[in-house]
Ligand binder design. Structure first.
Ligand code: TNX
Length: 541
C-alpha cells in the first residue's frame, strides 16, 4: 500500500500560486446515498479554507477530513470552533435528532455544511466528500484549490451491521496491513471488522494466561501450496518449507481497536470453539480428547482434532481466554466460530461420552450445543453477546445467539424464523476468497467457487423472510479466508471492488441499481488508485 503525500505543495502555499483543479464531471458515490440533488456551481476548497467545528465529540470526523485533504494540499486545513456556521468554511455540526449514522452534506458555492447524527454520521459525510474531490487533485501536484460540485446529499444506512472478515490465521497480516483493511472498510462506510484470530493453522492473539498459544501455536513449520487435494494429504502435496507465523500482542490489539473506533469501525474478534482448534491443541495437548502432541496444521480444510468437551479443563481454558478477549475488545459481540466441527473424536472419547450421559445428550452433535451454551452464558455474564457460524443452529440453539449464515442463506432464514438475530454472509455471494472471474487461469490461485462483482451485488439478505422476520437481520458480511492469500496486496485484489458491492447492499439496500453502481464504482476505482489499493482492474474493462 502506497500513500500519496505530494512534496511540492509547500511551494503552492508559500507563494500563493499553484493550480486550481476543476470539479469532476459527475457525482458518483458508493455506496449509493439516499438522496443526491446536484446544485449549480462549485465550492472552491483552498488550502487556506477553515474548518469550523460546531459540536463536541467530532474529533474523529475532523481527523478523517485531515487524512482526506492532506494528500491534496500537503497540510491539514486550519480548525476553529464556534457556535454558528460561517460562509467560506467547512462547517461540522451534529444533529442528535438524526439517526447516529445519518448525515447531511450540503455543498454550495458559499460553503460546505456537514451534519452528522453523531460523530459516525459526520465521519460518513467526510467519506462521501472524499468521493467528490476531483481525482486529479491527488496527482496534479502544486494544488492551491479544488472545486467541489454543489450538491445536497441526505444519507443513512439501511442495515445496522455492515462487516467484513479477515482471516489472519491461515496467513498472518501485520498491524499496518490490518489498519489498511480498516481504512478500506471505512471508505465504504462499513462498520464491523471481524478479525478471525485462531484456526488450525495458527493462533494469532496473545493470551497472557496461556503463553504457549503464541509461543507454539502461532507458527507452522510449513504451508501447503498449490491446489488443495481435497482432503487427501499425501506425498503428491507440495509445501512451502518456510515456517509461517506471527501474532498480535495485546498492546497491538488495543492499538488496532482504537484505530478502528476512530473510523467508526467496531472490531469483533473470533476465537474458534470447539472446532478449528489444532493450533490450540498443539500448544496444550490436554485440550484434545487424546492428549496427543500435534503440530500446528500445515494443510487446509476440516480437521477432526477439536477441543474435548468432556473435560472441565477445556472450559476453564476457553473462559480464561475469553476473560482476556473481553478486556481487549469492547464490542458487544464476540464471535466463537462453531463451524465445521467433526464429532469423531468425541464419539471415541470416554470423557465426552460421560458428559453426554451426565447431560442426557442423545447425539454427539449436542455436545457442541452444550459447549456453545456454556460459553454463551459466560459471555452474557460479562455483558457480551455471542455470534456463531450457522452450524451452531444444529441441535438446540439458544434464542439469544446471533447466527452468521454462511452455508447459503438457509441457516439465516431458519434462525430468523425462530427469532434469532442473523448476519447474512452466504458463501455464493460473500466469499471473496472465491474467484472473481470465470477465467481461472488468469487469476491467482483461489479456494474455488466464483463470485463475480455482479453476483456479490445481487445478495438479497431479506429473501425468504416475512417483514417481521426481516427485523432479525442485523446486516451483511463479506469473508476473506486466506488459505491462498499470502500477501495483503492479494487480499486487496480479492476484496476490491467486490467489497463495494457488498457495502452497497448494507448501506443502500432499498435503492440498489446495478448499472448505476457500475457507473459509480468506476469512479471509486480512481480513488483506489489514489490510495494505492490493489484491485481487480480487469473487472472494469
Ligand atoms: C469454510 S466459512 C470455512 C473456512 C474456510 C472457508 C474457505 C467457515 C465458517 N468455514 O474455514 O476457510 O470455507 O472458503
Amino acid at each position: 500500500m502506497k500513500k500519496l503525500i505530494p512534496i511540492f505543495v509547500s511551494c503552492a502555499l508559500l507563494c500563493g500560486c499553484g493550480r486550481r483543479i476543476a470539479a469532476d464531471g459527475e457525482i458518483a458515490v458508493v455506496p449509493c446515498p439516499e438522496s443526491v440533488v446536484a446544485g449549480p456551481g462549485v465550492f472552491v476548497l483552498k488550502a487556506s479554507t477553515c474548518v469550523r467545528v460546531l459540536a463536541d465529540g467530532m474529533a474523529d470526523a475532523l481527523q478523517a477530513l485531515d487524512e482526506a485533504l492532506t494528500p491534496v494540499f500537503g497540510q491539514a486545513l486550519a480548525v476553529e470552533t464556534g457556535a454558528e456556521a460561517c460562509p467560506g468554511t467547512v462547517n461540522i455540526a451534529c444533529d442528535p435528532a438524526m439517526p447516529a449514522e445519518a448525515y447531511r452534506l450540503a455543498v454550495t458555492p458559499e460553503r460546505i455544511d456537514i451534519t452528522g447524527g453523531s460523530v459516525h454520521g459526520a465521519f460518513y459525510a467526510v467519506q462521501t466528500l472524499r468521493q467528490l474531490i476531483p481525482l486529479e487533485a491527488y496527482t496534479a501536484g502544486d494544488v492551491r484549490a479544488v472545486e467541489i460540485p454543489a450538491v445536497e446529499i441526505a444519507d443513512k444506512p439501511c442495515l445496522a451491521y455492515r462487516g467484513a472478515m479477515l482471516d489472519a490465521a491461515r496467513h498472518f497480516f501485520t498491524v499496518d496491513e490490518v489498519k489498511t483493511m480498516i481504512d478500506i472498510l471505512a471508505l465504504h462506510k462499513m462498520n464491523v471488522f471481524h478479525w478471525h484470530l485462531t484456526d488450525d493453522q495458527g493462533w494469532r492473539i496473545e493470551i497472557k494466561k496461556y503463553p504457549r498459544l503464541t509461543g507454539i501455536g502461532s507458527v507452522r513449520r510449513r504451508t501447503l501450496i498449490g491446489k488443495d487435494p481435497g482432503g487427501e494429504y499425501d506425498a503428491s502435496c507440495r509445501y512451502d518449507e518456510t515456517p509461517h507465523g506471527g501474532y498480535y500482542t495485546q498492546d497491538e490489539i488495543r492499538d488496532v481497536v482504537a484505530y478502528a473506533a476512530a473510523r467508526s469501525v467496531t472490531v469483533i474478534p473470533e476465537i474458534e470453539f470447539p472446532g478449528h482448534a489444532v493450533a490450540a491443541l498443539a500448544s496444550y495437548p490436554w485440550l484434545g480428547c487424546t492428549g496427543e502432541q500435534y503440530e500446528v496444521r500445515q494443510t487446509w480444510d476440516i480437521d477432526d482434532r477439536v477441543f474435548c468437551i468432556g473435560r472441565e479443563s477445556t472450559f476453564e481454558f476457553i473462559e480464561g481466554v475469553l476473560d482476556e478477549v473481553v478486556e481487549l475488545f469492547p464490542s458487544e459481540y464476540i464471535h466463537i466460530g462453531g463451524d465445521e466441527c467433526p464429532t469423531v473424536m468425541w464419539e471415541r472419547c470416554p470423557a465426552c461420552r460421560a458428559r453426554m450421559k451426565a447431560e442426557g445428550l442423545k447425539r454427539p452433535r449436542q455436545l457442541q450445543n452444550y459447549a456453545t451454551a456454556r460459553v454463551e452464558k459466560f459471555l452474557n455474564a460479562h455483558g457480551r453477546r455471542l455470534i456463531g457460524w450457522d452450524e451452531i443452529l444444529e441441535g438446540d440453539v439458544m434464542p439469544t445467539a446471533t447466527i452468521m449464515s454462511w452455508r447459503g442463506t438457509e441457516g439465516g432464514v431458519r434462525a430468523a424464523r425462530q427469532g434469532n438475530q442473523v448476519i447474512m454472509s452466504p458463501a455464493e455471494y460473500c466469499y471473496f476468497d472465491y474467484y472473481q472471474s470465470e477465467d481461472r487461469e488468469a487469476e491467482p490461485l483461489a479456494w474455488g467457487g466464483y463470485v463475480s462483482v455482479e453476483k456479490a451485488y445481487a445478495l438479497d439478505p431479506y429473501a425468504g423472510l416475512t417483514p417481521a422476520q426481516r427485523s432479525c437481520v442485523l446486516g451483511v458480511q463479506a469473508n476473506l479466508w486466506t488459505e491462498y492469500i499470502p500477501t495483503f496486496s492479494q487480499a486487496e485484489y480479492m476484496l476490491l471492488p467486490r467489497l463495494s458491492a457488498l457495502a452497497e447492499t448494507g448501506w443502500s439496500l432499498d435503492r440498489k441499481d446495478y448499472p448505476d453502481y457500475v457507473r459509480r464504482v468506476r469512479r471509486l476505482a480512481g480513488l483506489y488508485d489514489v490510495c494505492g489499493y490493489d484491485y481487480a482492474r480487469h473487472i472494469f474493462r
